[in-house]
Design a protein around this ligand. Structure first.
Ligand code: ME8
Length: 648
């Protein structure tokens, strides 16, 4: 079975669980939410998938640094994304985590299937490896001997690995891209991928030896290896629907849109498409690589500490205003710059002055001239036709724009209707009509039309601003939600019942005047400063009782021997004396200490910690140390104590 014409499947990337979610992550997720909500209005059964990418070197390292297991680390961190999507009113159908059984099971099945069919083979490989990026590079890729992407030093590594025969699909992929114009968008990005495919396509190394990286999905045909994080992560798009048979039966494949940032286009267009080909599945209908947000002209990054914290923005501006801004400000596909000033500008002009004002003035006049009731309208005259015609035109033109993910054009189009309605009111001069009986009859039509136009606007914009648009139709006095009215209610002018008691409420989009702007900016700045402190100092954990604390057996330990762990930059193997016995301990302190300087020191050992293996070496306890931006200091004493003394 293939794509069910009533079904619609859209995805975001699954975000690295380690990252602090910022406005860039929110951008892709909001874009996917907008198209999902629109397609639901059209009557499609939409499956909208997002989630977190939880394996790989970075997660493993971060967990080690925090002194918790990788699983505990991701269990806690993924929640930040889930919580943010709830705040942003994101209507995802599911949230996948790559550490879930339902996912890892499918990854293994697919690997086994590909291995059994000869799509994956074992070979020795020598290359330059960038540990932080988890990527191999060839000699010619390196820049000044460093990783061309992150500019950090690389290590020469020779080892056996498993390879996916990606190269054999090069011609097929080029052909597919060339004959399917919509497959990769925008066109500039499509050309980039074709450029990349102009060079020979190599096979893809899809394994990492467990002794170097234990945190990943084990290869089903060789337990000494885990799966390369990208090969694992991409499979989320189908594991959500079960195995290979499950996805075929679901009616959701091929997926209509994979929305991604331009940073991960190659992995999607090349790795993912060829993986699907090898699995016997069709490529997705479309991979859309949108542009990159900067903040006040600077790249968003944790180290620059200018990450736009979405929770703070929501507190200050509200959810829908931010959703509107990011979708309206920049054509989807191009880069954009985020600034609070830009956001405030849009709130005041588009939302407050135009749409908000149209609603306020209409409801005020209905209150003043008609006792708050939208009366059954008088016959239409020629003077009303322009508005009517515009509404029909907007509706017709908007559909393909939504389908092309031309979000900003959708909004521009709707605002043409908003502007025309404001003009219509100005031209009809309700304040003069209200002066005579004949005029009052005519006025029923003018105010009805303004309301019908507002209702249409609310429905057409609801995918962008679901909360505000529901509020708008409520203020018009309608009981039916936007979902219940549906797009079908826009097909002909006049769905709104003429005898409706309006329910004017708070202003939908209050203007942000100079005073309010200053206050908002000051609050954001202060919150930003506080966050700087928060980021460098870990928050204090939940309280424990003294009994809980005494469960920890901390002992003085004298270091007897120390040597570097082979193939590791960080680890040192120690032999320590704790009075009653000697222990072997592996500690991540090699970057700050030479082994020979450690011998003879007395340190503190967590003596009753369950033994764990680090790079295949058993560690029988953990040495206490504090680390701060590369500096790693061992906890110790101001004078010498004999080994084995309990520390409490
Ligand atoms: O790449 N501007 O995860 P990730 C716009 N786990 N979009 C941005 C952005 C910015 N400044 N910063 C991030 C990964 N994004 C992999 C994906 S998928 C099988 C695996 C968005 O956490 C944008 O969508 O680095 C980008 O592609 C994505 O976040 C990268 O998220």
């Amino acid at each position: 079975m293939s794509q069910d014409p009533r079904k619609f499947f859209v995805t975001t990337p699954i975000y690295y669980v380690n990252d602090v979610p910022h406005i860039g992550h929110a951008y892709t997720t909001i874009a996917a939410d907008v198209i999902s909500r629109y397609k639901r209005l059209e009557g499609y059964e939409v499956f909208f998938l997002t989630g977190t990418d939880e394996h790989g070197q970075k997660v493993h390292q971060a967990a080690e640094q925090s002194g918790v297991t990788a699983q505990a680390h991701v269990d806690s961190l993924h929640q930040r994304f889930k919580d943010l999507w709830v705040r942003f009113n994101i209507s995802n159908s599911d949230f996948i985590r790559t550490t879930e059984e339902r996912h890892t099971k499918v990854v293994k099945e697919i690997l086994k299937n590909l291995f059994d069919r000869g799509e994956i083979y074992r070979d020795s490989y020598e290359g330059w490896y960038c540990l932080p990026d988890e990527r191999f590079w060839t000699e010619k890729d390196l820049i000044d001997g460093n990783c061309p992407e992150c500019k950090r030093p690389v290590e020469k590594i020779k080892e056996f690995n498993y390879f996916f025969k990606m190269g054999q699909y090069q011609e097929w992929l080029i052909d597919h891209i060339k004959s399917n114009e919509d497959f990769i968008q925008p066109t500039s990005r499509r050309n980039e991928v074709l450029g990349f495919l102009g060079k020979p396509l190599e096979d893809l190394c899809i394994s990492r030896p467990k002794e170097r990286l234990p945190w990943g999905v084990p290869l089903p045909f060789d337990e000494d290896y885990v799966t390369y994080v990208w090969f694992d992560a991409l499979i989320n798009y189908i594991s959500i629907h079960g195995d290979l048979e499950g996805i075929k039966a679901s009616g959701y494949w091929p997926c209509q849109h994979h929305l991604v940032g331009k940073d991960i286009l190659t992995t999607h267009a090349v790795y993912w498409s060829t993986m699907l080909k090898a699995m016997g599945l069709e490529p997705p209908d479309n991979i859309f690589a949108h542009g990159w947000w900067t903040v006040n002209g600077q790249k968003m990054s944790k180290s620059l500490r200018n990450v736009v914290e979405p929770n703070l923005l929501i507190d200050q501006f509200g959810v829908d205003v931010i959703r509107y801004f990011v979708m309206r400000e920049v054509p989807f596909g191009l880069d954009g710059d985020f600034s609070h000033k830009g956001l405030i500008g849009r709130v005041n002009s588009d939302l407050s002055n135009n749409l908000g004002n149209l609603l306020n003035r209409t409801l005020n006049m209905i209150k003043k001239y008609q006792g708050g009731i939208i009366l059954p309208p008088a016959e239409e005259t020629d003077a009303d036709q322009a508005l009517n015609k515009k509404a029909a035109e907007v509706l017709k033109e908007i559909r393909p724009l939504y389908d092309q993910l031309a979000y900003n054009k959708v909004l521009i189009k709707v605002w043409e209707l908003v502007d025309l309605t404001n003009q219509y009111i100005n031209n009809m001069e309700p304040w003069n009509l209200a002066k005579s009986d004949e005029g009052k009859t005519r006025l029923t039509r003018v105010l009805y039309n303004s309301c019908e136009s507002l209702r249409m606007t609310a429905i057409l914009c609801s995918p962008f601003m679901p909360g505000k648009c529901e509020e708008l139709v409520k203020q018009l006095g309608m009981d039916q939600s936007i979902g219940e009215q549906g797009l079908a209610s826009l097909e002909s002018w006049g769905y709104l019942a003429g005898d409706t008691q309006t329910q004017a409420g708070e202003q939908l989009f209050p203007r942000i005047d100079e005073e309010a702007e200053k206050k908002i900016l000051a609050t954001l700045e202060q919150a930003g400063d506080e966050k700087k402190i928060d980021e460098s100092i870990e928050p204090v954990l939940d309280q424990v009782t003294i009994d809980d604390f005494f469960k920890m057996d901390l002992r003085t330990a004298k270091i007897l021997e120390a040597e570097k762990v082979k193939k590791s930059k960080k680890l040192i193997k120690l032999k320590v004396d704790i009075g009653c016995e000697t222990r072997q301990v592996v500690a991540g302190i090699a970057e700050a200490h030479e082994p020979e300087t450690l011998v003879g020191k007395t340190v503190i050992l967590v003596a009753n910690l369950k033994p764990a293996k680090l790079m295949g070496i058993e560690s029988q306890g953990m040495i206490l140390a504090g680390s701060d931006e590369g500096k790693i200091l061992l906890a110790g004493f101001d004078d010498t104590l004999k080994p084995g003394v309990r520390v409490k």
